[in-house]
Write a protein that binds this ligand. Structure first.
Ligand SMILES: CC(C)(COP(=O)(O)OP(=O)(O)OC[C@H]1O[C@@H](n2cnc3c(N)ncnc32)[C@H](O)[C@@H]1OP(=O)(O)O)[C@@H](O)C(=O)NCCC(=O)NCCS
Length: 280
């Protein structure tokens, strides 16, 4: 099939939203996007539309698929990759991959990162075939809006923008693209708080809250017991926002705070696999 590749920058956000939704009608986990969410996504996650390919049929100009490419420092990030159901298995995704690899190499990137839902065999096979190696598994957790059963212990201090960013800067681990410092710096609305318990345990949480959902959690225990820190900070969070749903993405499977999440009614919605391709 003859394909042509156009930069996403040639299209409006409305067109890009429509393109993306066309590729996800049969997706494993339904994730339709509105135009406003797409605009926020492009902005917050540093998507470079010049380098993001739109794949069309060369003859008919029919839309076949797309990929988006985030760019930060010496890394690029593949996201929103999708081909319309009727156009699959004809090399459109392979063409999109080649376009983002060429773009990444051209701008001097050392690696490209992505996350794929664990049981998405077609995408997983595509990425392995294109040189991506699995690094870690990431959990996506959800919690229904229910009032917590206990009151939190400890002394709480709220963290507004400047202090929340300072806390994130102090995080000792590498954070995934969606939760990274850059994503928070780009975001319009986030905050957090710090907790100090009597036994000396202390730490912080930074999160975003949007309409009915609390999202983008980042945690760190600076001293003491991580489960105790997370349990009390989550109790405080869910007392504040007891009518809100919680969506906590990209926790590494060995995150020491996880038991506290499960104790407080979070469940694993699905898993992602982080994959990286290095350029030599
Ligand atoms: C995954 C997806 C992007 C593949 O697109 P595609 O255009 O059909 O892929 P291509 O035709 O370019 O295939 C390239 C290679 O990927 C692998 N692949 C693609 N579809 C596959 C499938 N259904 N089963 C196993 N391997 C598959 C194969 O290795 C294939 O090479 P081959 O055809 O020589 O065997 C497409 O199925 C899709 O859009 N799925 C829904 C959205 C999605 O999962 N996006 C990825 C999110 S991370």
């Amino acid at each position: 099939m003859g394909l042509k590749i156009l930069p996403a920058s040639q299209f409006t956000t409305e067109e890009l939203t429509d393109f993306y939704n066309q590729t996800r009608v049969d997706y494993l986990i339904p994730m339709p996007m509105s135009e406003a969410v797409m605009a926020e996504y492009i902005h917050d996650f540093d998507i470079n539309l010049e380098l993001s390919p739109i794949i069309k049929d060369e003859e008919t100009d029919e839309f076949l698929g797309l990929s988006m490419l985030g760019v930060r420092g010496d890394s690029t990030w593949i996201t929103r990759l999708g081909i319309t159901p009727a156009s699959r298995r004809r090399g459109a995704a392979a063409a999109a991959m080649n376009a983002v690899f060429d773009a990444s190499i051209k701008i001097g990137a050392k690696k490209t990162i992505l996350e794929v839902i664990k049981d998405n065999t077609p995408a997983h096979t595509l990425f392995e075939k294109n040189g991506f190696k699995k690094t870690k598994e990431l959990l996506v957790l959800r919690r229904a809006p229910i009032r917590p059963p206990l009151s939190p212990e400890g002394e709480i201090t709220w963290l507004y923008r400047k202090d929340a960013l300072a806390a994130l800067r102090s995080h000792p681990n590498k954070l995934t693209w969606v939760n990274a410092l850059e994503s928070m710096e780009n975001a319009s609305m986030f905050q957090g708080f710090r907790i100090k318990l009597k036994d000396g345990t202390q730490g912080w949480l930074v999160y975003r809250h949007k309409k009915q959902t609390i999202t983008h959690f980042e945690f760190h225990t600076e001293r003491g017991n991580p489960v105790k820190m997370a349990r009390n900070i989550l109790l405080f969070l869910h007392f504040q926002y007891y009518r809100m749903d919680a969506y906590a993405e990209n926790f590494y499977a060995d995150d020491p705070h996880l038991p506290a999440f499960f104790d407080l009614g979070y469940f694993e919605a699905f898993r992602r696999v982080e994959m990286i391709k290095e350029y030599s």
